[in-house]
Design a protein around this ligand. Structure first.
Ligand code: ISL
Ligand code: CA
Length: 543
């Protein structure tokens, strides 16, 4: 069934790095408003706003201390209302980041909850020490440490699957669920068109037994995608979401296809789509810090599994937690421009709602961090500490963590070649990539053949093509470097997409659905004969 949220392009804004309006070096809401025309021009139909709520910013806003207030760094509630109004004028919808697995430890609920006799005690997960002493169980956090924090005052521990300043809410308490419903209604009434739900498949903890020991996130079998979570999501849908014209995308970690299917099955009325990570881990071992060789066949296998396995996908290659895709699966030096266009071709020819992360549309690259002092990301700092404990030398540590640091995606947006990159007139909160002198919006908007222009035209092409939006996906060919797939509306139209993920020329078979008229090219070719240049992307109209 067609829906507006299946057809619009979603653009993720990481507010602190998007546009600063007052020279304090931190992006803000008035800054976003000043760039709305720009987003409209690119073809954006929805903004996903990373958290702008009141927060002590231990994890850059993913630690909320008041869900109904705005972080003063970003502006005021009046600014936020102004943003909704200005976006609406341009027919751009906004989805909010709903971070409800945990709050900040400065949230009023948590402060009250530290008192053993408070009615808020049960809003969080407090447990006495293990009978043998020490934390209640062996669970570990996403940032590498034990997941329990001791509170000497009440002589108990509270659970935090992320930083200790991010205590997990207790979803066995119906009052917590009612609070969350109220928060959702608050934002939907203000004009939000839905939510991106942070680590939503972790909210329900089934038991508190020790987990099977793992190098990371021990205990996960007790809290990933539990039955209790499905029930809660159905309740939120029934009592809140179903009363508004909105959509939800749930970030789901360690999610299996089966669980993702249940989460996004329209019949079950939980979420509309989910973010999963499989397709970004082709060149990673189970632990993302250990690299392995990229293999295009494997990428196509994973894409096929999810494209065909789910009714509707959330399609993305970047977000604020991932390295820049051109530095990850592309080539950010010699073939920077061509490989970024190949990745744009991939993104915009898959079936699902397309998400673009700020800066992706100009091929922003990873930052060359040379020292841990340049890093703000909690996760990178945590992993560095952990590796140090294993006596891994600094050079090797940096080699492992820097290419994956979440800060690669968090450096300020590169608007122009000026010293502050058009992002700020002040001192930016996180280093600006030196390459903004070359890689920036201003330059690319003006130049025919730029990555920006390529994104814009692919977005335009998708907007008028039912086949790209809704057509069936089928794999056609792959080897270590090349993948090819088709998008088809039976009896109506078929496209095939052929991509060479390598610095070397390659070939694809030249028969069947791999023959057709060239409709998209990143090398300026008129006809296709089965020979691909390095990093070439071509879309053929087969019939
Ligand atoms: O970033 C990751 C992989 O590099 C993930 O492990 C990530 O921590 C996980 O996907 C959860 O992410 C979300 O919740 C976190 C927050 O730090 C992230 O920014 C957010 O996207 C806690 O709220
Ligand atoms: Ca600012």
């Amino acid at each position: 069934m067609s829906k507006w949220w299946k057809e619009r392009i979603v653009y993720q804004i990481y507010p602190r790095s998007f546009q600063d309006s007052n020279g304090d070096g931190i992006g803000d809401i008035p800054g976003i408003i000043s760039r709305l025309d720009e987003l409209k021009e690119l073809g954006v139909g929805v903004i996903w706003l990373s958290p702008v709520y009141k927060s002590p910013d231990i994890d850059n806003g993913y630690d909320i201390s008041d869900y109904r207030d705005i972080n003063p760094k970003f502006g005021t509630m009046a600014d936020m209302e102004h943003l909704f109004a200005e976006a609406k004028k341009r027919d751009i919808k906004i989805i909010m980041d709903l971070v409800i697995n945990h709050t900040s430890d400065e949230h009023d609920w948590f402060i009250k909850s530290c008192d053993k006799d408070s009615p808020y005690r049960d809003y969080y997960i407090w447990k006495p020490a293990n009978p043998n002493g020490g934390p209640p169980n062996n669970w570990t956090t996403f940032f590498g440490e034990n997941a329990w924090e001791y509170d000497p005052k009440s002589d108990e521990y509270y659970l935090h699957l992320f930083h200790e300043a991010q205590p997990d809410l207790n979803y066995r308490n119906p009052k917590v669920i009612e609070e969350i419903k109220d928060i959702m209604r608050f934002w939907l009434k203000k004009g939000a068109a839905g939510f991106r739900c942070d680590v939503i498949n972790l909210i329900y903890k089934t038991s508190f037994e020790d987990g099977i020991h793992r190098t990371a996130i021990t205990g996960r079998e007790h809290f990933v995608s539990q039955e209790g979570m499905h029930k809660i999501l159905q309740e939120l849908h029934r009592d809140v979401l179903s009363h508004f014209d909105c959509f939800t995308v749930g970030e789901s970690v360690f999610v299996s296809l089966r669980d993702a299917k249940m989460l996004s099955d329209p019949e079950r009325e939980e979420l509309d789509m989910v973010f999963y990570f499989d397709h970004l881990q082709v060149d990673r071992m189970v632990e993302k810090y250990i690299p392995k060789k990229f293999n295009a066949s494997k990428l196509l296998r994973i894409l096929t599994k999810w494209q065909q396995g789910l009714d509707w996908n959330a399609v993305y290659l970047e977000n604020h937690d991932q390295p820049r895709i051109v530095s990850h699966y592309g080539n950010d030096s010699e073939y920077w421009e061509r490989s970024a266009k190949l990745l744009a071709t991939l993104l915009l020819t898959l079936r699902g709602t397309v998400f673009i992360y700020q800066g992706q549309e100009i091929g922003m690259t990873n930052f060359e961090f040379t020292n841990i002092s340049q890093i703000d990301d909690l996760e990178t700092l945590g992993v560095d500490r952990l590796l140090k404990q294993f006596w891994i030398p600094q050079s090797l540590r940096y080699k492992m963590i820097m290419p994956c640091s979440r800060d690669n995606a968090r450096t300020p947006m590169q608007w122009n070649a000026e010293p502050g990159a058009g992002f700020t007139t002040g001192e930016p909160w996180l280093g600006i990539n030196k390459n903004h002198a070359i890689i920036n919006v201003e330059e690319q908007k003006e130049r025919t053949g730029s990555i920006y222009r390529f994104y814009k035209s692919m977005i335009g092409f998708r907007a008028i093509s039912n086949t790209l939006k809704y057509g069936e996906f089928a794999p056609v060919y792959s080897d270590k470097r090349v993948i090819a797939y088709t998008r088809t509306i039976p009896g109506e139209e078929q496209f095939s997409v052929i991509l060479n993920f390598s610095d070397k020329p390659a070939t694809s078979p030249f028969e069947g659905s791999l023959v057709g008229k060239v409709v998209v090219t990143n090398v300026g070719r008129d006809t296709y004969d089965g020979n691909l240049a390095p990093w070439e992307a071509v879309v053929l109209k087969v019939w």
